[in-house]
Design a binder for this molecule. Structure first.
Ligand SMILES: [Zn+2]
Length: 416
């Protein structure tokens, strides 16, 4: 059993990370960084787990499960909406603690038994900063073949008799959703989500809006559309998506209906290599703030592939003189990236620049004050004149203490 070779900590989170919501007595979802996992069953009783969260975060899921169902009460099984990295990230860790079967749609098996990698995410797809950096997302196959079983062909869900699974391909070939007709609860995985998953700012604050699947990983848009129409036809009363907060009632009905009716306009990107007749990668352009890199350097260790993907890119880091910003900058230097270092204090930036150059990366030091718009313009111009373009723009300003919440970043406006 083995997580994918490129399984690595992904340094991003939302303000709801670490929080759980009880949608019904026996339906609970828990946000793991930026993805939701669902636990079906009454507290303390027999239960099943849907999806397995972000890479390297299995321990948090285990902790949340034990808090709700008790120690030594593993789920009867784990069921997967699909096998993308952010839904199976903790899977091998959990299976090392729980010897239970894992159910998925057979179309998803190659990605879960180590035989096939997902297509690479498309960083050129139309969308926000999280789409642009999607080339760092793991896409290689996980191998849990020993535990893997097909979902029952009759649509039933093992150990959850009220529930049915439905095929909702498009985002991935064997993507499935789960529905309970009795109270209209829909668990949609990534077929429908309630946040613009490719936009960092919206992910961070979890701005609520019904959306089609995350753009950078979706490979079959016509199938994705049919899946949204199928889900809309169920007239769900409550939606628990793979990303974003749950939604219910009239708001859900209206938003889902709107997405289903105007899918091309609202969900399908204008360009991208997986968009029919709309291929091609546009140049990466100037990106907005709020890429929150929680670089835990002990866990984020891109392999040689990471160096290829990141090495030729230019990163601007505001707040690079200390703490997380400095850690991220030095890590990028190790990947031989172009790193533009900005902060009010020049001397420590020079030290960081020396470290980056020692690793083989390029560094440019720009002393500036983030509270002055003219300084931000000057930073952008200096970076572009030196490295021609900026691929990723990281604002670490004011990030002093980061817990599980991203609020500190949003609330901090003090100059560096
Ligand atoms: Zn996905």
């Amino acid at each position: 059993m083995k997580q994918s070779d490129d399984n690595r900590f992904i340094p991003m989170t939302s303000i709801h990370s670490g929080q759980g919501v009880e949608v019904a007595e026996d339906v609970y979802y828990f946000t793991n960084q930026i993805v939701n996992i669902v636990m079906l069953g009454k507290p303390g009783g027999r239960w099943i787990l849907i999806d397995a969260g972000m890479p390297k975060r299995g321990a948090e899921i285990l902790e949340a499960a034990e808090a709700r169902f008790g120690k030594d009460n593993p789920p009867a099984c784990i069921v997967l909406t699909h096998g993308h990295f952010d839904h199976v990230g903790g899977l091998v860790y959990l299976l090392e603690h729980w010897s239970v079967p894992v159910y998925a749609h057979p179309e998803e098996f190659p990605f879960l038994n180590g035989t096939r990698d997902y297509p690479e995410p498309d960083p050129g797809v139309q969308g926000g900063v999280l789409a642009k950096i999607s080339s760092i997302y793991p896409h290689e196959a996980t191998n849990v073949a020993e535990a893997l079983q097909g979902l029952p062909a009759d649509g039933s869900v093992p150990d959850a008799p009220d529930w049915r699974w439905l095929p909702t391909p498009g985002h991935s070939p064997g993507h499935v959703s789960f529905f309970r007709a009795g109270d209209g609860i829909l668990i949609s995985g990534d077929a429908v989500i309630t946040v613009r998953q490719d936009e960092m700012y919206k992910v961070l604050i979890q701005k609520k809006e019904v959306n089609g699947p995350p753009r950078y990983l979706t490979t079959d848009w016509p199938a994705a559309k049919a899946s949204v129409q199928l889900l809309n036809g169920l007239e769900p009363r409550v939606l628990i998506p793979g990303h974003g907060q749950s939604m219910s009632g009239t708001e859900l009905r209206e938003e889902l209906n709107k997405l289903s009716t105007n899918f091309e306009e609202l969900a399908v990107p204008d360009h991208g290599k997986y968009v029919p007749g709309k291929g091609g990668n546009p140049p990466l352009t100037f990106l907005l703030l709020f890429l929150l890199l929680f670089c835990s350097c002990a866990t984020w260790k891109p392999g040689s592939g990471g160096q290829d993907r990141l090495g030729r890119k230019t990163f601007v880091i505001i707040g690079a003189s200390s703490g997380f910003g400095r850690g991220v900058a030095e890590e990028l230097g190790r990947l031989k990236a172009n790193v533009v270092l900005a902060s009010r204090r020049e001397a420590p930036l020079r030290e960081v620049a020396d470290t980056i150059k020692k690793y083989g990366g390029n560094a440019l030091v720009v002393p500036m004050d983030i509270s002055k718009p003219e300084d931000i313009t000057r930073l952008q111009e200096t970076a572009v004149s030196t490295f021609k373009t900026i691929h990723v723009w990281i604002n670490m300003a004011g990030v002093g203490s980061i817990g599980r919440s991203g609020k500190s970043l949003l609330q901090s406006r003090q100059p560096l």
